[in-house]
Design a protein around this ligand. Structure first.
Ligand code: HEM
Length: 382
């Protein structure tokens, strides 16, 4: 027997999960206590959620033959591909992780600091002055350019437009519901699949271009990856590496507009608080490969046990990047980017909200984003 949870049929829970993700989680926790079980079309088995700090630690530390990562991302496979770091598990996952992690960590990060600050300033030059605009979109443009430079060594506007067009298809609530519940090759889902084909053409063009020397594409090429493996890792890094960071930046600006703070010196406490109170991803999940004990329940093999970032952060524990061998490989890079961009904004602009009340957390594909796109007005500092 699985722990209790919402009794509505899977399709209705999927709609709730898309339309009111945070209320759905809060209501289920309040009504059923923890752990609780949800059923949505986004996973092939029920998900058992917890926000208990000790249990989460134990889940992230579990051996891979007990709890396995990767399976819960299967719904993203048509986009990221079967060789994606998000999908792989076992030895192959660890091998790919070891390959991609170093450029996003430690000393290697330092070389990006100045470049990110420079790009941030160039993008801030394009901000409208004194009139409302949606900062989320501006942040998507910036973070996509940053990650393209890291991955390819230069920007690529055709690929940028193709990626944004595809990801934007998963932003509207109506589209998301249609794509989650009716996966036919017609309608929104069919258009989504067709636009992925266009991305593939552009990515393969890039793969076939001569090496530039020290980009991540070169690193992956040198590892002997096949063209398809290269495509999958590149699309994964491009998407995971910009959409999440853009959303975190959008939240940071939405908050900053309402709580003016000087971020030129030490933006870290502000960033930590934004990531805690407005987590970009709501859950991380692992599949049980054998019976698993969770808070007095014995879960059978074949279901998901899922630390709920959103609920855990509300209890004061901040795990915006997940944990264990699946912890976000871009965490340090994202934090660096957040720091540099927010510092640049704080140096140049005073920003204020368009409306006084804070923006709701609204689902945009897998992320929780500001409902009105982080609407702000920016005025240059004297
Ligand atoms: C604020 C920005 C970001 C947030 C909030 C975020 C959050 C997360 C979370 C919660 C996970 C799942 C961890 C788990 O299952 O335990 C994850 C995984 C991942 N993230 Fe991020 N991320 C961010 C930025 C980035 C960036 C910049 C990159 C790439 C450079 C990136 C690449 C990845 C990859 C490849 C994985 C899969 C790791 C694996 O399964 O081994 N992320 N991220």
């Amino acid at each position: 027997m699985l722990p209790p949870g919402p009794k509505a049929p899977q399709a209705l829970q999927t709609v709730e999960w898309i339309v009111r993700p945070t209320k759905f989680l809060r209501d289920a926790q309040a009504r059923y206590g923890e752990p609780f079980t949800i059923r949505t079309a986004w996973s092939d088995a029920p998900m058992v959620l917890t926000s208990d700090a000790e249990e989460i630690k134990r889940i992230y530390a579990a051996k891979p033959d007990v709890l396995r990562g990767g399976d819960s991302a299967a719904f993203m496979e048509p986009f990221v591909g079967r060789n994606s770091l998000l999908i792989l598990h076992g030895d192959e996952h660890l091998r790919q992780r070891k390959l991609v992690l170093p450029p996003f960590h430690g000393q290697a990060l330092k070389r990006w600091t100045d470049q990110i600050a420079e790009l941030a300033h160039a993008h801030l030059d394009t901000w409208p002055v004194g009139t409302p605009f949606k900062a989320h979109r501006k942040m998507q443009d910036l973070t996509l350019e940053v990650i393209q430079r890291v991955i390819f060594g230069s920007r690529d506007d055709a690929l940028r437009d193709a990626l944004r067009a595809t990801l934007d298809m998963t932003a509207s609530t109506a589209n998301l519901i249609a794509m989650s519940l009716v996966q036919r090759d017609l309608g929104p889902y069919g258009r989504f699949l067709a636009s992925i084909k266009h991305i593939d053409e552009l990515v393969y063009e890039r793969i076939d271009q001569p090496s530039t020397g020290d980009s991540i594409l070169d690193l992956l090429r040198d590892s002997g990856a096949t063209r398809e493996e290269l495509r999958d890792q590149l699309v994964t890094l491009l998407a995971a590496g910009h959409e999440t960071t853009a959303t975190a930046l959008a939240w940071a600006l939405e908050r900053l507009a309402r709580h003016p703070t000087d971020l030129t010196e030490d933006p870290d406490p502000f960033i930590d608080e934004v990531l805690r109170t407005r987590p970009v991803l709501a859950i991380t999940a692992r599949k049980t490969l054998q019976p698993y004990e969770l808070q007095g329940h014995t879960l059978p093999a074949g279901v998901y046990v899922a630390p709920c970032i959103y609920l855990a952060n509300r209890r004061g524990r901040s795990i915006p990047f997940g944990g264990g061998t699946r912890r976000c490989i871009g965490a340090a890079f994202a934090q660096l980017e957040l720091r540099e961009v927010l510092r640049a904004v704080s140096m140049r602009f005073s920003i204020r909200p368009v409306r006084a009340e804070g923006e709701r957390m609204r689902r945009r594909s897998i992320t929780l984003a500001p409902a009105r796109g982080a609407e702000i007005v920016a005025n240059p500092l004297a």
